[in-house]
Design a protein. Structure first.
Length: 253
């Protein structure tokens, strides 16, 4: 194995270069505004003599030392892109979708990277990949051992509540709301509405209205001012989940 002291993962190298290019473009924009100078960096090509190796399923890169043998020539080309190009090709990010590290306990960083290589970045991706190609194909393509994948899928399929927070309300809209729905709690977790099945909810044994439900979040209308208590969710299939919460610790979000 090559000496990787001082090496960086390839994505960190690319991010560092792109960040400096962004700063250069910003400086040139400011200069153009103050001096009427009108040019910018359009393309940048780098030929880098580098030592490249793989460690812990990560491609590592460091510049080659003078006279060092057995090095690679890394050719990097950067070009400008427009906002429509970014929007067309960017991966849609789901802000509330649990990442694999948060949704599935016990996966190592290397195992998470192997799943990311096949496009599985979060819990939604994992369930979608299983539905399309089955766990065997996920295991084969990611080179994740079948038993580890089965464990991950089993944990991912479990219903769980991770956080309960109060929902800040727009004062302008409060007066138009049903008084029974003016205080709301956002319940975050996973598999909270499997197959569109909306759970019933109780707080401290009292029925509360479910205003909206998705796999990652349930919105409930709560009794005024329940800063802490016991939340119960119960689904049509009979499964039940109890979760104690304290919004003074969680805070609003």
């Amino acid at each position: 194995m090559a000496d990787l002291e001082g090496a960086l993962p390839l994505e960190e190298l690319l991010n560092a270069i792109s960040a400096q290019l962004d700063r250069a473009q910003t400086a040139l924009t400011l200069k153009a505004q103050t001096t009427a100078l009108t040019f910018a960096v359009k393309d940048l090509t780098l030929d880098l003599r580098a030592v490249v190796d793989v460690a812990d399923a990560t491609l590592m890169v460091r510049p080659a030392l003078p006279g060092e043998a057995d090095v690679s020539m890394l050719k990097l080309s950067f070009t400008t892109v427009t906002r429509p190009m970014l929007e067309e090709h960017a991966v849609e990010m789901q802000a509330e979708e649990p990442a694999l590290a948060d949704a599935v306990d016990g996966l190592s960083e290397e195992e998470i990277r192997r799943l990311e290589w096949v496009g599985v970045r979060n819990l939604k991706d994992l369930n979608a990949a299983r539905a399309r190609g089955g766990s065997h194909n996920i295991s084969r393509l990611s080179r994740l051992p079948a038993d580890r994948l089965r464990q991950a899928l089993s944990l991912a399929g479990q219903r769980a509540v991770s956080r309960v927070t109060p929902v800040p309300m727009d004062p302008a809209s409060v007066d138009s709301l049903d008084p029974a729905t003016r205080f709301r709690l956002r319940v975050r977790g996973r598999n909270l509405a499997p197959g569109g099945a909306v759970p019933m909810a109780k707080i401290d044994g009292q029925d509360v209205r479910v205003l909206d439900a998705g796999d990652g979040e349930v919105l409930v209308a709560a009794p005024a001012g329940p800063l802490a208590g016991a939340l119960t969710l119960e689904w049509p299939d009979g499964q039940r989940l109890d979760h104690r919460f304290d919004t003074t610790l969680e805070g609003a979000s």
